[in-house]
Write a protein of this length. Structure first.
Lengths: 141, 768
């Protein structure tokens, strides 16, 4: 399935990068403002679904670079990896760890295991939906 | 300690990369880990000697009482040393045995994971983590039995092993949970330390039966023994490690471990004695009647497992000493014999004993080691097997219950085992030169070092039994008995009844061996007729039964009419919910509408209209779109009631759902009306019922509050504890991250399910 309208093609090319950036923005601000890995993952899947509608599943696979299935696995690995610091510190599983890296200009970067976990959620959600969509699209091709 | 257990898993991850670097020395390289683990466990011996036991704590999921605590005492240390010690030689052996195999790296990954799971199992203090490691050993064993996965037979045997052991594992979990309810703790150390009389507890029978069902399947006791010989489809290093020295002993380990807690009841000791004795005799008989060298050894393993179970059942101080000695002796000689059997198979090209003969000239070293190990198997001096067997006879003669019966069974079994020892040590190496597919020559060094070291250890332990006794065995006996014990191991006890029994069984066994060839036809006839009614036939009938029941319930419940699934689901869910609501709460119809705004009414109206349109329309696209409207209306409600995260999620999910539905929609046939008016009214009634129950439920929820709401805790602690102002997200990734972790795993499984459904369907259509 592939649409041949010029409007959709052009719109998809413009909207997709914006939507992807927005999804990452949602992911990172999630801890303090509405957003987070789940929502970010959904927005990102929206972007790729739009692209898939415009250019077909083959092109979407290319632009994803990795198989959706592997994205899924990567998400789970990230989520599991976020448990390692607590494990090494001898704390209960999934105890949060925070690191603050000073940046130039009197600001600092907050990094944490919940963030790693959230990235895992993001990838798992994206992987799930892309597995559904791409395989459904290819089902009769 | 944690690192010691997990290092196997870590090494498994890097094993394939290591294989690329080290090439054919991979076995030797990997063996460094178990060797250093052996040293580490040995270094714990002095501490265990002085303190009795030590518990190392690590909180894992303390909220659920699940901790990775480790209990190190005599018993677990004996097992840990066996696993890592024999594991060292098995890895070296496997490197030589499977040299050049295309899946060698994969083999080591699974093997190391197995070793780590096994260490976790015997060292864990927590019942839940014991169960997790227990199932891990079942799964890794499944992958190892089916290692030659292109072979149909191997896959079938692997599946059989998995079904029996994992099925038993589930029953075991029920038993362990019952045990924790009885004692109020998941910790073994606490359970063993508590002196409450468990055998008078109401759950005692159920718990014992469940735990024994689990351990019997794992340790191949009659009537579950049939999977073990079939597991010999695995490559020989696997058989030598899993199916003789370690995994099958996991069940024995758990029985020994729980003996101090559960052993006071008659049910425990009598069941163990009965099944143990039956297994011992059956195993010995079947071993003597087989011709494949691996099958002979597998059945003699069953005999040993039966003996061990029986000795736990007898439960006297002497019997438990015999238990520990027999356990160690068996691991030493059986590991060695299996590796030698693999070497024979490898160098001669056949597993059939009847085709081997006179190999001692071609393989002198193999022959010497095999004779040494077989002496221990037959229980002859000066090997450690003799010490163990004498102790066994002595404790059986001394047994408080069924002494005569058990002794008779043990003597009969040991007569047969002397014959078996002859089969594996005399038959292949002496007599006429056999006709083997390959010209035999000596096995490589890597394949002989393991058996040699194990057999020599058995010899040293036999000549100086006070060495292992003083170091570890006494405290191991103590941990099985539940109190410190005094033991006196010696090679020579003087002329007494056990010695006379030993000599008698030796003479009878040798004469049986002489007549082995003549006995074969009649044994064969007995076995074929027994097979028709044996437990394995029962297994196959059971599996067929499962298939038949599955087909029946698929026809009834999953007949492909999706509407019916939905109907059943909704009717059952809301029927049960409605019932609970009525009986526990009653109906509440008061609702204060004075605070409602006009736009809320607008949204409600929109929802109703969309719902009616979705069910009444004849266009699929129309109904999907109006379902979308419905979803957006719900999202609006979330936003109005200040739940932006929920609102956004709902919006996105709705959008993607519509897209997915549209994707599927194109593939559906024309819209036709197939349902009769009756069916439509029935569906309407169920739908209305569900709606009413849901409304009542929400009204009830407004009315009562059973617990103080937890939201205030989250609101107060979100920023100070978790450094986040978005409470929803903080709950998802921090406070309740374990739930989220579970959810994304479910999500992924669903995705893989859909993937395989689509792909399998596509493949079906491509078939001619």
């Amino acid at each position: 399935m592939k649409s041949n309208t010029l409007i959709l093609h052009t719109a998809a090319l413009f909207i997709m990068p914006l939507q992807l950036m927005f999804s990452v923005f949602l992911l990172f601000r999630g801890h303090d403002e509405p957003g987070g890995g789940f929502i970010g993952g959904l927005v990102a899947s929206g972007a790729f679904v739009l692209y898939a509608f415009a250019f077909g599943s083959e092109a979407t696979r290319r632009i994803l670079r990795v198989a959706p299935r592997d994205l899924l696995a990567a998400g789970l690995l990230f989520a599991i990896a976020s448990t390692i610091p607590a494990f090494l510190a001898g704390q209960p599983m999934l105890t949060a760890h925070w690191w603050e890296l000073p940046l130039p200009g009197n600001s600092y970067l907050k990094l944490s295991t919940p963030l790693i976990f959230d990235i895992g959620v993001y990838a798992a959600v994206l992987g799930t939906i892309m597995t559904f969509v791409i395989n459904l699209m290819e089902a009769d091709e | 300690m944690l690192l010691a257990v997990l290092s196997g898993f870590l090494l498994a991850i890097v094993a394939p990369a290591l294989h690329r670097v080290t090439g054919r020395y991979i076995g030797w390289t990997l063996a460094i880990l178990p060797a250093s683990l052996t040293a580490y466990f040995a270094s714990l011996i002095p501490e265990v000697q002085t303190n009795g036991s030590l518990v190392l704590e690590y909180a894992w999921i303390p909220g659920l009482g699940i901790n990775l605590n480790f209990l190190v005492d005599g018993l677990s240390l004996v097992f840990a040393l066996m696993i890592s010690g024999i594991g060292t030689f098995i890895l070296i052996y496997a490197g030589a045995y499977l040299a050049g195999h295309k899946y060698l790296a994969r083999f080591f990954v699974i093997m190391l994971s197995f070793m780590a799971s096994m260490l976790g199992l015997v060292l864990s203090d927590n019942l839940i983590s014991i169960f997790v490691f227990w199932e891990l050993t079942s799964i890794t064993s499944y992958m190892l039995i089916g290692f030659n996965h292109e072979d149909m037979e191997a896959r079938k045997c692997a599946l059989q092993g998995l079904f029996v052991t994992a099925g038993g594992g589930l029953v075991l979990m029920a038993g362990l949970i019952l045990l924790s309810i009885m004692t109020g703790s998941y910790s073994l150390a606490e359970i063993l330390a508590s002196d409450s009389a468990l055998h008078e507890h109401a759950f005692y029978t159920a718990a014992v039966l469940c735990i024994l069902a689990g351990t019997f399947t794992k340790s191949a006791q009659v009537p579950f023994h049939f999977w073990l010989p079939n597991a010999m489809a695995a490559p020989t290093p696997v058989s030598a490690f899993l199916h003789s020295a370690t995994m099958v002993k996991a069940g024995v380990y758990l029985m020994a471990r729980l003996n101090p807690a559960l052993g006071e009841g008659d049910l425990w000791s009598q069941t163990l004695m009965l099944f143990g004795a039956a297994t011992m005799f059956t195993g010995a008989y079947l071993a003597f009647s087989s011709t494949g060298i691996k099958k002979v050894l597998a059945y003699s393993t069953i005999m040993a497992l039966g003996t061990l179970t029986m000795l736990i059942g007898v439960g006297t101080e002497l019997a438990l000493t015999a238990f520990i000695c027999f356990l160690v002796a068996h691991s030493l000689y059986k590991g060695a014999l299996f590796m030698l059997a693999g070497a024979l198979d490898h160098e001669t090209g056949t597993k059939d004993i009847t085709r081997m003969g006179g190999l001692r000239k071609a393989m002198p070293v193999t022959a010497t080691i095999a004779c040494l190990a077989a002496l221990s198997l037959a229980g002859l001096p000066p090997l450690f097997g003799f010490v163990a067997k004498e102790l066994m006879f002595e404790s059986l003669l001394d047994s408080p219950l069924w002494s005569a019966g058990l002794t008779t069974a043990a003597v009969a079994a040991s007569v047969l085992i002397v014959g078996v020892a002859g089969l594996v040590a005399i038959k292949p190496f002496f007599g006429q030169v056999g006709n083997t597919p390959k010209t035999p020559h000596e096995a490589p060094f890597g394949m002989l070092v393991g058996p040699a070291v194990l057999s020599l250890t058995a010899l040293v332990f036999g000549l100086a039994p006070f060495l292992p006794e003083g170091a570890l065995l006494r405290s191991a006996v103590g941990s099985v008995y539940g109190a410190p014990v005094e033991t006196y191991l010696a090679l020579w006890h003087g002329v007494n009844v056990p010695l006379i029994l030993s000599i008698g069984s030796l003479v009878l066994g040798l004469s049986l061996l002489a007549g082995w060839k003549r006995l074969q036809p009649s044994i064969y006839a007995i076995n074929t007729s027994a097979a028709r009614f044996g437990p394995e036939a029962g297994y196959f009938r059971f599996m067929e039964g499962i298939t038949i029941v599955a087909a029946w319930q698929t026809r009834v419940l999953q007949n492909g009419v999706l509407g019916l699934y939905l109907l059943l689901l909704v009717a059952v869910t809301f029927g049960l919910t409605g019932y609970t609501l009525l009986t526990h709460h009653g109906i509440n119809l008061t609702l204060d509408l004075s605070y409602s705004h006009f736009y809320e009414w607008g949204i409600a109206l929109l929802l109703v209209v969309a719902a009616v349109f979705a069910s009444a329309t004849h266009s699929r696209l129309g109904s999907v779109a109006s379902m979308g409207v419905l979803g957006f209306g719900v999202a609006l409600t979330f936003i109005l009631f200040s739940a932006p995260d929920l609102g956004i999620t709902q919006l996105l999910v709705e959008t993607l759902t519509v897209i997915l539905l549209v994707l599927v929609l194109f593939k559906l046939p024309e819209f036709v009306n197939l349902s009769s008016p009756f069916e439509r009214y029935r569906d309407l009634a169920v739908a209305a019922f569900a709606g009413i129950v849901m409304t009542l439920l929400i009204l009830a929820a407004l009315d009562v509050q059973y617990f103080e709401s937890i939201s205030s805790y989250y609101i107060e602690n979100s920023a100070p504890l978790a450094y986040g102002r978005n409470i929803v997200n903080v709950i998802l990734v921090d406070f309740r991250a374990l739930d989220t972790l579970g959810e994304i795993f479910v999500l992924s499984l669903a995705a893989l399910g859909v993937l395989s459904m689509i792909k399998l369907k596509a493949e079906d259509q491509h078939k001619p």
